[in-house]
Design a protein around this ligand. Structure first.
Ligand code: F6P
Length: 506
């Protein structure tokens, strides 16, 4: 077996455990890559690729470059003075004061889907790289679920006078997000109502909106109608898809957590992957290899799912992030022009933190019935400057342990272990890829996420899909509105025996 690898910066993509040779891959590419692939790729990288059903271009790649939120088109100094950067600096330096004059200590990002998963994943992964000195502690929290589940944990540890809320919503209309905001407003009102008029004046809502809320959206009108002062509105283009938006102002919570320097490095890493995608030949082009291998496993090996198995805890949120990126993009049975399809397209994406998965679902992966493919992610070295030498050395041993387990389970899934005894037989034969990072940096993190974006784009092209709309999310929202109306007694609509019975129990 020959090693099959491709490189971009510190990123190593190893596809040695995929069951197709470089020659077979070239043949498959000749068969499956659309004739106009290069032209489409250039359109995407120039921000000109058309999202035909929503009649707008796709420009998330430009948010890493000429449309960067850090680029202050006025000033020549590379963004230090951009609105985004100014807001981040005021928050991280303790200069942003709440309505009662106290510095903000907690930032709560309220958003869902693309307005949550990217900022949450990236803040969690890169928070240790925060370089610019912070004058005071600033904690970041993420609230997304419509049941208010995270508010039970976040509100008790926050103080309305020192908490700022980022209302992150491209449409500025998602019910999950505003259900959470409405509950927060109740919490704030109770507190501010206790305070003297001197503190917040006689209009708590205006005081709150003017000092404790930043709106991030593509819909300026809705932010303004909601009462968010223009100075606290961060806007991004409609042509930036929600699930592709972490690089835009939707990434504000990443910058408040890690600083603008780290955010800049994240964008630089993604831009390096954009350049790699544009120029590397197929055999060395990571996103194209990921895409074609994925389509090959789907169509030629009939594998309908891919497990994302990170072996470094900082990638803990990667599986859920990729679920939206891939499944909301290519989970479709109709072409970009709306023609029905009856062929396999986007796979089921699932996964979890690898080392813990070993003690949970790996039994099934090693000896279960179902075929699967997997992407492993491991980081070979991790510095621990915040600890003493001996603790850092012990942590380094743990990193080696994790890498060893990653490589071991990957091998066993590929090659198995023969035995007459069924309980000791490991069938193997599961094709997997490995992302190995020498060290995790904001750049290598940006690059790996951008690689998955370009994989999804390339697979969408191969299957003739529009990877940039998501019509299938709408009907469920409509049925939920009708169901809620019935639950609240605002309608007599009957659904079915089971639903009606449950509603009667509420
Ligand atoms: O319902 C799906 C979806 O529209 C996703 O595409 C999007 O990321 C999420 O909801 C949140 O949307 P918004 O940012 O407009 O609140």
């Amino acid at each position: 077996m020959k090693v099959r690898e491709a490189f971009c910066g510190d990123l190593i993509f190893d596809w040695s455990y995929q069951f197709l040779s470089p020659e077979a891959l070239q043949e498959f590419a000749a068969k499956r890559l659309p004739q106009d692939f290069s032209a489409r790729r250039s359109e995407l990288l120039d921000g000109r690729y058309m999202n035909v059903t929503e009649e707008r271009e796709v420009s998330h790649v430009l948010t890493r470059g000429r449309n960067s939120v850090l680029r202050d088109t006025g000033a020549a100094n590379g963004g230090e003075n951009s609105k985004f950067a100014r807001i981040v600096r005021r928050l991280r330096s303790g200069q942003w004061l709440g309505a009662t004059g106290k510095p903000i200590t907690d930032v709560v990002n309220i958003g869902v889907g693309g307005s949550d998963l990217g900022p949450l994943m990236t803040s969690f992964a890169l928070r240790e790289f925060a370089s610019d000195i912070r004058q005071h502690d600033l904690r970041t929290h993420f609230v997304s679920s419509m049941d208010g589940g995270q508010l039970y944990a976040v509100l008790p540890i926050c103080d309305p006078e020192t908490t700022l809320f980022i209302v992150a919503s491209k449409s500025f209309g998602t019910s999950d997000t505003f259900a959470n905001v409405d509950t927060v407003k109740c919490w704030v009102k109770e507190c501010f109502a206790e305070l003297s008029d001197d503190a917040v004046g006689n209009d708590w809502l205006t005081a709150w909106l003017e000092h404790h809320v930043i709106g991030v959206s593509a819909n300026v009108e809705k932010m303004t109608n909601y009462g968010i002062p223009p100075a606290h509105q961060l806007v991004f283009e409609e042509s930036v898809g929600g699930r592709f938006s972490l690089w835009s102002s939707i990434g504000l919570a990443i910058a408040t957590t890690c600083g603008t320097r780290v955010f800049q490095r994240l964008l630089a890493g993604a831009a390096e992957m954009d350049e790699h995608f544009a120029t590397a030949p197929l055999s060395e082009n990571i996103p194209m290899l990921m895409a074609l291998i994925g389509v090959y496993n789907r169509e030629e090996r009939g594998i309908n799912n891919i497990a994302i198995l990170p072996y470094d805890g900082r990638f803990r949120h990667l599986p859920s992030y990729l679920q939206q990126l891939d499944m909301e993009s290519n989970g479709k049975q109709y072409t970009a022009t709306g023609a029905a399809l009856s062929a396999p397209t986007g796979p089921i994406v699932w996964g979890g933190f690898g080392p813990n998965g070993q003690h949970a679902f790996f039994q099934h992966l090693h000896q279960g019935y179902d075929a699967f493919t997997a992407d492993f992610v491991c980081v070979l070295h991790r510095a621990a400057p915040q600890f003493s030498e001996s603790v850092a050395a012990a942590l380094n041993e743990q990193q080696k342990l994790s890498v060893a387990n990653c490589l071991a389970h990957r091998r066993l899934m590929a090659f198995g272990k023969e035995s007459e005894t069924p309980t000791e037989h490991y069938p193997g034969g599961h094709p997997t890829s490995l992302f190995a990072l020498k060290e995790l940096t904001p750049e290598s993190f940006g690059a790996i996420i951008a690689a998955y974006e370009h994989k999804v784009f390339t697979q969408g092209l191969i299957w003739g899909l529009n990877s940039f709309d998501q019509p299938g999310v709408e009907q469920g929202k409509k049925v939920a509105i009708d169901t809620l109306a019935r639950i609240e007694g605002k309608s007599e609509q009957s659904f079915d025996a089971s639903t009606d019975a449950i509603i009667r129990m509420i």
